[in-house]
Design a protein around this ligand. Structure first.
Ligand SMILES: NC(=O)C1=CN([C@@H]2O[C@H](COP(=O)(O)OP(=O)(O)OC[C@H]3O[C@@H](n4cnc5c(N)ncnc54)[C@H](OP(=O)(O)O)[C@@H]3O)[C@@H](O)[C@H]2O)C=CC1
Ligand SMILES: O=C(O)C1=N[C@H](C(=O)O)C[C@H](O)C1
Length: 242
């Protein structure tokens, strides 16, 4: 049985995660929120799961490294420097960072990569996502991971080929770009569609999250899987054997 510590425990995901830990027969080591003692939590945990805020990431990784415990980073809105911090921590502990811990999205990313590699570059790729009104970051972490999968399938680097926040006279679509569009409202747990738009035909690959349980269950699986792993950066696909 793994003792799992939750960072962001009072939040929507933190609460869903506590339920999933109990349902999986694992032990809740405790939880922290803003201003909480993450070092003390790390010391009493076998693994940490972070669903909080990007500003907390550096301190959370430092606490995990000091205690020598692995960490699942589910927080989104991460920038390049946050990915660098994860890479750096992965030199000392096991780190699994993902914008989506669900089985469905992890499989979808494989399908997107495959479709992007097989469809010619005359097929445009656009990613749309819809989330509840309280979500603070856009595009979603999931949209970005699907964009990375599409870019990998095309042999491109996403940073150099993404179109985010089109507005005004944008000019015609650039060939090879991967576009993102975000909708916010209501209580939507998380909908994502990757659109492949060709001449006279289209393919849409969609994942619809009906509630947060799917993310929480995946996070518990990832946490259990990470305990005892050597230092390194791991992917959700490895946890789910996809
Ligand atoms: N990877 C995945 O599969 C998923 C990722 N997410 C991501 O998880 C994150 C949390 O989402 P959600 O639960 O909906 O958000 P909430 O706003 O409901 O919860 C965030 C929690 O984090 C806490 N928090 C904020 N800052 C810190 C800090 N510095 N240290 C410790 N805790 C802190 C907040 O505490 P306080 O209120 O005191 O500020 C709050 O309890 C988001 O980035 C979201 O996109 C969400 C779903 C799935
Ligand atoms: O904030 C959320 O709610 C979600 N965040 C993640 C993201 O940014 O993709 C995962 C899921 O879509 C829900």
């Amino acid at each position: 049985m793994a003792r799992i510590g939750i960072i962001g425990s009072a939040g929507r995901m933190g609460q869903a995660l506590a339920d999933a830990i109990a349902a999986a027969g694992q032990e809740l080591a405790g939880g922290v929120d803003k201003g909480g003692d993450v070092a003390a939590l790390a010391a009493q945990s076998d693994v940490l799961v972070d669903f909080s805020a990007p500003a907390a990431l550096e301190g959370n990784l430092d606490a995990a490294m000091a205690a020598g415990v692995p960490i699942v980073v589910g927080t989104t809105g991460l920038e390049e420097r946050h990915h660098w911090l994860c890479d750096n921590a992965a030199g000392q502990i096991a780190v699994l960072q993902t914008g989506n811990t669900s089985l469905g999205v992890t499989l979808l990313a494989h399908l997107v990569r495959e479709a992007a590699s097989r469809l010619g570059e005359d097929w445009d790729i656009e990613i749309s996502e819809t989330h509840h009104r309280m979500k603070v970051d856009a595009p979603s972490g999931t949209a970005l991971l699907l964009g990375e999968a599409a870019a990998a399938g095309r042999g491109l680097d996403l940073a150099g080929h993404s179109a985010r926040g089109r507005d005004g006279v944008t000019g015609a679509r650039q060939s090879g770009e991967i576009g993102f569009a975000s909708l916010r409202g209501g209580s939507v747990a998380g909908d994502h569609t990757v659109h492949f738009l060709g001449a006279d035909e289209r393919i849409s690959l969609t994942h619809l999250a009906e509630n947060r349980t799917i993310f929480a269950k995946g996070a518990v699986r990832a946490a259990q899987w990470l305990v005892g792993k050597p230092a390194g950066r791991y992917r959700m696909g490895e946890v789910l054997d996809l």
